[in-house]
Design a protein around this ligand. Structure first.
Ligand SMILES: *Cc1c(COP(=O)(O)O)cnc(C)c1O
Length: 351
């Protein structure tokens, strides 16, 4: 007989993403019991409750429920710009790197990159990219910041750095957007409230479907006027939903029950990093693990090869570069599961 909480050797442990989280039984109950209406008519009380809650949490006048973080970001880009404008963002920002070319396709804007360190750039880095007003150049209209930074390895922007770069933006009269898909993680990691992080920005996008564990949904927040304009583009992009209170109920449940517990994910990410660093040539910079994302260097070995050998041992991670893997901790992965991952990795990668 196995011990009560032994992990079955054939149980797949999936660390590819925190989007793999499944709604818990309690969350499903909240969804099943949600009061709903047709939100395209503005009549879904649960969606309205969520929107007010998010506006309050982020210190803005209004918020809009969105089907995805991608739509939330791209509606923001569209609402802030006109075709031919330029958007400034970090060179590996999700908005430009992972959203299918949407800034060009849906808003007709140009992206200009600021190269950061783990996704974080300084006001000096930013100033170096600023060009004078001149008919040769596109009109720079929008600056985007991503916190935590996904490809940066879940790195956290210090509040002082956010204030520095947004001050440069204000100086130039740009609009300011925060891609805060994992802003919850940044707040738990630093103790800086979401509201304080959001304060310098005109718009903020947050996700419920990452570490918070809701099945679907994001929200965009900003001034009442901005959200009215964003509402029009959400409809245009096909994001008007009907009885979406079922989804908003999951988001509300997640805000109440899954926010504080993100600190467990962060502790587990550090535990994983310590356990994997140096194992069979893997390299993990422990100081680089700030939230729930662990970036793993594979040295000489191709990342795909290591990922395949781990998959054979029922551990799934994601190759995000030729020699780089990503592992993400989340609410289905308890400490004992992390220890099992380290054990399986040791076996799978030995010799
Ligand atoms: C996940 C993510 C998004 C949005 O992704 P969707 O899959 O469209 O919800 C946006 N920005 C960042 C930084 C993300 O990690």
């Amino acid at each position: 007989m196995s011990e009560p909480d032994a992990i079955h050797p054939e149980r797949t442990i999936d660390l590819r993403s925190d989007t793999l989280t499944q709604p818990t039984p309690e969350m499903r109950a909240a969804m099943a019991g949600a009061a709903v209406g047709d939100d395209v008519f503005g009549e879904d009380p649960t969606v309205q409750e969520l929107q007010q809650r998010i506006a309050g949490l982020l210190g803005k006048e209004a918020a809009l429920f969105m089907p995805s973080g991608t739509m939330s970001n791209q509606v923001a880009v569209r609402a802030h710009t006109e075709p031919g404008d330029e958007v400034l963002l970090e060179s590996t920002a999700h908005i430009a790197y992972y959203e299918s070319g949407a800034p060009a396709a849906l808003s007709g804007v140009m992206c200009r990159y600021v190269t950061g360190e783990r996704g974080i750039f300084t006001s000096a880095d930013l100033r170096a990219e600023v060009r004078p007003a001149n008919a040769h150049f596109p009109v720079t209209k929008l600056l985007c910041v991503e916190n935590t930074h996904n490809r940066g390895g879940g790195s956290v922007w210090p509040l002082a750095s956010v204030r520095d770069v947004t001050a440069v933006g204000r100086e130039h009269g740009w609009r300011l957007h925060l891609d805060g898909a994992r802003l919850w993680n940044a707040s738990v990691a630093t103790g800086v409230s979401e509201r304080d992080y959001a304060a310098p920005f005109d718009s903020i996008s947050v996700c419920f479907s990452k570490g918070l564990g809701a099945p679907v949904g994001s929200a965009l927040a900003g001034s009442a006027e901005f959200i009215r304009r964003a509402h029009r583009f959400r409809k245009m992009f096909g994001g008007g939903l009907r009885q979406s209170g079922v989804l908003a109920a999951a988001a509300l449940y997640a805000l109440d029950h899954h926010r504080e517990r993100l600190r467990e994910d962060h502790a587990n990410a550090r535990r994983l990093a310590q356990g994997l660093n140096g194992l069979a040539g893997l390299q993990v910079e422990p100081a680089g693990v700030e939230t729930n994302i662990v970036m793993i260097g594979t040295g000489e070995m191709p990342a795909e090869t290591v990922a395949r050998r781990l998959a054979d041992a029922c551990v799934r991670v994601l190759a995000v570069g030729p020699h780089r893997l990503r592992a993400v901790t989340h609410l289905h992965l308890q400490e004992a599961v992390i220890d099992e991952v380290i054990r399986r990795a040791g076996e799978a990668l030995a010799n």
